[in-house]
Design a binder for this molecule. Structure first.
Ligand code: FES
Length: 726
């Protein structure tokens, strides 16, 4: 049984771990103690003293509860007249230098200092000295630093160092000249995650993007999910007058720069607001009826002339599960082909969802050691990167890092294996694990991994077949392994789960088996038993004339690979459904305007296989419609059977047809053992030496780079410029 001690807080007795602080014991007892410098995600610091309590029989009158460990049978009082008076004095001292500029401070309404002063009811100050003023810094493109408002709690310094392993902010100067700043007061040069803004208890660090956009008490909030990578961070959209003005972390966990600031792409002037059709070589605005009629006519003509197999569909990782489900259902049950796929399969590791299933990100730090086979993990999946930092900085676990360059993980690692590719590192590490030997570094890494009773292994975003088999062998020499494949695209897992892949129906049931008959009944359609073409085969088929029409929903292949332009130009008919007039949409015969993820509801599935709920924060822009609505309307016009009122109706059908989702609640994870493909040899990734080999990137740093969405975020573009200028 776990060792515990008994502590009494304001007469309430609780049992807590012997390592707990008084503050943690108070939380366990349901007693609130005011805090300023303490935060669950940081080590105790004890700078503000507002959390003082009285401990019975202690020689000290007051004790800071956030840094004081409990003792067995300790008795604590958290609110006495003396404590209230002492906290008033502390607040008075903090206010001595704090400007009372609340009317123009964006933190007003959510300022911890303001709330505490209100709670303790301070009167006129005894201090008459002039307040200390420190020059503000507005040099960063996203973070404004009103240094005079700083209460020197050090939360920003610590979150940047402890949680992010960046260490951009630090205390500089001494005594009453102390302040938080950067090296030589230079502009910020960091990951620009904005965590320092979120954790600041006052208005010393504020968001430039949000400045003067609204008072916190006038904002409406809706919880949703970030759309920028597979981690699925839960976000809170804050809207004013129906428009998003700020995005924050819904769980007070973490948001990266894209998640926090990149939402402004939904307001970009490139957004499509009406359908477009090609007339005399030009794309011109059209009504929905005109555009959809053109799609119906052309798809039917090509189908009648060349067969349904001459039509292909490329789905999206930016759409919801419901939309992905409907897209493949449309292609299979209405168009009549299994030619449906995701180009994003070119960007995932071989073995994903067969050999390598992701564990829960929050449990990375529960392993004895972490093996990172791709040093860029923090650029692709920032939250995964943060959990690795937490494993080292919070839980003191060992990190073995394979990295070709140098980044923050090098400073955290117990051992760094400097190799140009994971394949080269594994070629030395695997034999060392098997039979010993190797260089000092390799032997050191092998010893750490062999000694660990459990290892979290971060699988690179892209693996060659050779690397795949090397990793499989490596895992066989380790104990308690959990894999964490890097999945760069947001709802890749959901799109796969929903069957946007030629060989599998939703839930990884193989097409051409009993599932065909079962789904034909559910979908009230005749399903083709002809194996579908994958994305690469479709592109090859366009060149040979085998594929004549393509329906692309929410993807921009030409934006990622300019070489695909000539191929798509060979099509007889191209439909693109997207939120922007992308490079691919510019080639289309019909462009259908879709809603952004902020304008619709539905579900997505994170790389952890966790079902998550999107909620609508804004009304659809112009005449844009949710993807599911567009597909349904089109399906009906083509004689299909689709009758959904809301995304919830589609989810209901998914639950009834996809066993993995039958009893999956929002927030729940579907267990890997239930996948029909667990341990199978199937490969859900695609490999090409040419297609999308050299991704177009928009910045010197992958974290700020690329993508249809992020390329149109004004804030992130500014960060790219800032990085270039620093
Ligand atoms: Fe305990 Fe600041 S919250 S000293």
């Amino acid at each position: 049984m776990e060792n515990t001690v008994t502590v009494t807080i304001d007469g309430i007795t609780v049992k807590v771990k012997p390592t707990a602080t008084i503050l943690e014991a108070a939380k366990a007892a349901g007693v609130r103690i005011p805090v300023l410098c303490a935060d669950d995600k940081l080590h105790p610091y004890g700078s503000c003293r507002i959390c003082i309590v009285e401990v019975e029989k202690s020689p000290r009158k007051f004790t800071p509860s956030c840094t004081t460990p409990v003792n067995d049978n300790m008795s604590v009082k958290t609110m006495t007249p003396d404590l209230a008076e002492a906290r008033k004095r502390i607040l008075e001292l903090l206010l001595n230098n704090h400007p009372l500029d609340c009317p123009i401070c964006d933190k007003a309404g959510s300022c911890q200092l303001q709330d505490l002063v209100h709670e303790y009811g301070l009167g006129p100050s005894k201090f008459s000295e002039k307040k200390r003023t420190v020059a503000p810094s507005y040099h960063s493109s996203v973070v404004d630093r009103e240094v005079s408002r700083c209460v020197l709690c050090g939360k920003c310094v610590r979150v940047c160092r402890e949680q992010n392993a960046v260490g951009e902010l630090a205390f500089t100067r001494r005594g009453d000249k102390s302040k938080v700043s950067t090296d030589f007061d230079q502009p910020l040069d960091c990951e620009f995650c904005g965590e320092c803004i979120e954790i600041c208890p006052v208005g010393a660090l504020t968001s430039k993007q949000f400045k003067f956009k609204g008072r916190t008490w006038n904002l409406e909030r809706s919880t949703s999910v970030c759309n920028y990578c597979g981690c699925g961070c839960r976000t809170s959209f804050e809207t004013r007058l129906g428009r998003i003005v700020r995005v924050k972390s819904a769980e007070k966990n973490y948001l990266c720069s894209k998640g926090r600031f990149g939402w402004d792409a939904v307001h970009h002037h490139d957004r499509l607001t009406t359908p477009l059709v090609r007339v005399s070589g030009e794309l011109v605005p059209a009504t929905w009826d005109e555009a959809l009629a053109m799609v119906v006519t052309n798809l039917n003509v090509i189908k009648n002339k060349k067969g349904a197999g001459s039509i292909g569909g490329l789905g999206s990782v930016r759409t919801t599960n419901e939309e992905s489900y409907l897209f493949q259902k449309f292609m299979r049950s209405v168009v009549g082909t299994n030619n449906v796929d995701l180009l994003a399969r070119l960007k995932v590791p071989k073995g994903l969802n067969t050999e390598f299933f992701s564990g829960e990100l929050s449990k990375i730090s529960e392993h004895d050691a972490v093996l990172v086979l791709d040093g860029e993990v923090g650029e692709f999946n920032p939250l995964m990167g943060i959990e690795i930092v937490r494993a080292v900085n919070r839980k003191y676990k060992k990190l073995v890092l394979v990295n070709s360059g140098f980044n923050k993980f090098n400073r955290l690692a117990s051992t760094v294996l400097e190799y140009l590719t994971p394949e080269a590192a594994l070629a030395d590490l695997v034999p060392a694990l098997k039979a010993g030997g190797g260089s000092d570094r390799v032997r050191e890494a092998a010893a750490i991994l062999k000694d660990a009773s459990s290892v979290a292994v971060i699988i690179p975003a892209r693996t060659t077949a050779g690397e795949f088999y090397q990793i499989k062998e490596l895992l066989s020499y380790l104990k308690g392994v959990t894999t964490y494949p890097i999945v760069r695209r947001s709802n890749f897992q959901g799109a796969l789960d929903m069957g946007v892949i030629p060989g599998y129906y939703p839930g990884y049931e193989k097409a051409g088996t009993d599932a065909t008959n079962r789904l034909a009944g559910v979908w009230n359609a005749i399903l083709s038993e002809t194996p579908g073409l994958n994305a690469l085969e479709m592109l090859a088929g366009i060149k040979t004339g085998k594929v004549s029409a393509l329906y692309i929903m929410g993807d921009d292949p030409v934006g990622s690979d300019k070489g695909l332009k000539d191929i798509l130009n060979k099509l007889e008919f191209l439909v693109v459904q997207d939120i922007f007039l992308t490079e691919t949409a510019k080639l289309a015969d019909v462009v259908l305007p879709a809603c952004s993820w902020a304008e619709k509801s539905g579900t997505v599935t994170s790389l952890e296989r966790r079902l998550q709920q999107l909620s609508r924060a804004e009304e659809p822009l112009g005449e844009s419609k949710p993807d599911w609505d567009i597909i349904q309307t089109l399906a009906k016009k083509m004689g299909g059977s689709m009758h959904y009122g809301t995304p919830a109706d589609i989810l209901k059908e998914i639950r009834s047809t996809v066993p993995l989702y039958a009893d999956l609640t929002v927030g729940g994870i579907w267990p890997r053992e239930r996948s029909p493909l667990a341990g199978a040899d199937d490969d859900l990734s695609l490999w090409s030496d040419t297609v999308m080999k050299n991704e177009v990137i928009t910045s010197d740093r992958l974290l700020f780079s690329s993508g249809t969405m992020i390329g149109r975020s004004g804030e992130i573009s500014t960060l790219c410029r800032t990085k270039a200028e620093v």
